[in-house]
Design a protein around this ligand. Sequence first.
Ligand SMILES: [Zn+2]
Ligand SMILES: [Zn+2]
Length: 1014
Amino acid sequence: MKVAAKFKADTSKRWLTQDYNPLELEQQVRQFWIKNKVREKLEQMRVAENKGVLGFVEGPPTLNGVPHVGHARGRVMKDVRYRWKSMQSFYVPFWGGWDCQGLPVELEVERQLNVRNKRDLLEKVGEERFVAECKKTVMKYHKEWFSADQKLGVFMNHDKAYWTYLDEYIEREWRYLKRAWEQGLLGEGYYIVAYCPHCQTSLSNAEVGLGYEEVEDPSLYFKMKVKNSKNEYFLVWTTMPFTLVTDLMLAVHPDAEYAKVRVGKETWTMVKQRVEPLMQELRLKDWKVVDVVSGKALEGVRYEYPFLDMVSKQRELEQHSLVHTVVTEDFVDVTTATGVVHLAPGNGEDDFKVAQRRNVPVYAPFDDEVKFTEDAGGFAGLFARDADSVVVDLLRKKSLLVSEEMVTHEYPLCWRSHHKLVWLARREYFLWTDKINSRVVEAAEKVCYFFESPKNRFLSFLREGKPWCVSRERVWGAPLPVWTCQNCGNKELVASKKELLDRADSKPPADFELHKPWVDRLVLKCQKCGGSMKREPFVLDCWHNAGASPYARFTDEEFKRFVPFDFLTEGIDQTRGWANTLLLEYVILTGKAEPPYKAFLFQGLAQDAKGRKMSKSLGNVLEANPVLESHSADVFRFYSLWKCSPVDAINFDLKELSRRPYQVLGTLYHLHRFFMQNAQYDHFDPKRHTLKWAEENNVLKPADSWLLSKLQQAVSECTSKLETCEFNFVAEKLETFVVDTVSREYVPMARRDLWSDDPETLNRRLAVYATLWQTLRTLVLLFNPVTPFLCEYLYQNVHRVLDKTLPESVNFEDWPMADDALRNLGLEQDFSTLQQAVALTYSARQTAQLKRRWPLQKVVLVAPRNQAKALRSLEDLFLELTNVKSVGYSEELNAPHTDAEEKRWKVASEADLHVLLDTKRDSNLLGEGVMRDLARRVQALRKELGFVPTDVLDAVYLAGLDGEMRVLLEPFLSEMAGLVRAGQVHLVRDKNEVKAGWHEFSFDGKRVFVAITQ
Ligand SMILES: [Zn+2]
Ligand SMILES: [Zn+2]
């Protein structure tokens, strides 16, 4: 009873609660970090001392909405990289940043203000109030994002965050434009741009790529009559009938053969190879090819523009010799439609280029709402896409319509407002990035993308190399700093706020900022003629705004120090977005074929549990804040990395969080609890009881060495997989190591050693603790980037309790390095043979329906020599794990012959390894089996009643067992007492004999009672 008293003394120390309660624990850790300024201290430590600087710039979230789980996943990846690199002693300027301007914010504010379109906005709200509302909105969503980062445990320094709308930022952004201006890469151009009728602004080519969707459009075949002919026509196809209003030419391929087809009384010209399929498609049976000519021969043929009566401007344009004639062009596709295309240079890029080459004037009679102007005669006032049906009706009336149906096809919509885009010739400002395309592509090729598919996607997009339209006809954005003299037309780019204010003809108001409308009120004096200069009314593409961050968010000195960045990661949609603009602007700024980032990881999209895209209209968006209020941040973090590769789309299913990911973290938690209860009891001191000490005292066993060897493997693999961003493999490695290697495999091997409290075997127990200490210490470090809350908690409540000299936070620790001296591949091989033999024994037991708890007499192992050698060397462990009394070896398999033999010996095999299990049980084995069954029930009861493993009970009483059972059990009572950690186990006939709290359970179909006294 003396020992028991010692046990009791320690039961008051419950380091970890019985259950893993992540929400509660994470709240404690969050407070611990804040109270002790752990994040700040970590940053200061690495600033003061580091083994290198790894540059970083935040891909700024747009503050026009709340973060969803996909955003949260991206932020977890950034944080994992940061914590890991910090543990490797690198200094990473992990500072925040917020994208505050541009269409996304403007449209969100328009929605809140209930404004229909831009004209409405300017008339009802006005620029000044609109700007104020935009700032309010930005601050509102900032709160949401900040809060999600706190919940997630993202260790980003938000005090150092940049805001893309501040004057200092905009001024530095202007430096890019200045560099472009100096190199002749920025200029005004009349060019075809994609234009959103709702937002009333043009968009960049990159933005167009963000919004392709399936839409319905009319598809029509119509005729253009050859001038001065009786019945000759060209057959043409289009899906945008309104462009007939701006039609100026027809184009054919010069080298293709064109057929003249007699259809009824008419002759239609189309490319020869398409005649048959087309006639079938149009369901025409009565037709005949009457002539074939080359495309070249059609050049110069005049046709009758069908709406000359309505559009007088077209009559005027016809004065040009090429207008309303056929031209030849190589880009004409002769494998679809009719091989004759109509050209509307005001509404198409190719068409526009054709007109430019031939000096044909461009005709684009549209206002800012994409309604036809007076120049469009009878079409004036109609919105372009509304003119589609008008045009179709007119063609029908004039008997020029051949067929009309609706088709669904992929068509670009505005990435913000989802309106169909229209291509228009407009006066805009362009960065002529097409001129530096080879340098841009060369720079992009130097970047590490980790995975092939996003790399190819990015490079092929960049190779398109189209000019970048950077001007936007909007309000809330960085202003374009180009000023034009109203007198002499002189243009100047002024990229300094001070210079602007110095040169302005009047003193700016106190609330002046680099935004509309204030900046537009400045009038500068022309340095050439003294005239008044006014700013071009555009703001900049918001992607230019965010893409300027490498220079704009830092000081000159920081820029030199942190750029190029070591590693950036954003969603796959940023190929055309931020990743693209960062690169373009950096090449412009430096003039070199160098990227601003060395590595870029594109993350796959976030989808719902069924694999559908998350969207407001489907109502399946999982917002990060509510999810993290009811779910553990650690479990969320682990899940979002573990579920799939970072490049793959992740199907978020919240139900899955509580399954395997929770189980993995719970196992890590309970391993610590198990370790702590035992180690504390035996006064384990990690400073004294080191692995070296264990080795010197000869108390390490093969199982310990095996675990330590596997641990080194886990360290190497986690490190290399983090390096290659294979986060799912890192999570999986951690999972199998904790759940399988430590909990399911090692602990059962060591459990019996820990069970005893014999002072004789104390050193052996201390060796197990030393092994577990080393393992758990390393594991917590490996887990820390992924699940920082749990790791800090275990670190504070277990590791630092046992070793008071450890640093204040787990984050201040060094990333573990694999110790080759502890790696033993031969031993790992032997253990895998052992595990195979154990698994085969289990399966033989299963065939014989013998529970693992029931001891058996004998097993025979049949194995090739080297495997047999391994098994012999681990024989003790084998017997213990399989619960068998003895083992024999044989080089050949002597399968049982007779019925009796077959009944007694069960065989299980895998490859060359066979197990023969003797299933015969005498009364001794049966008694021990019964005892173990009962002991297991008592163990469960102990746990239920809140005893910890180190608690020693006074006595256990068993009642309700029949006479036969009692006889079997009698010899094993003292062994049972040891197993259940009780002073004694008593069998009683009637439970009334003992006054105690009886618990009933069912045993082999009978009612059995247990009572415990302490
Ligand atoms: Zn739009
Ligand atoms: Zn001038």
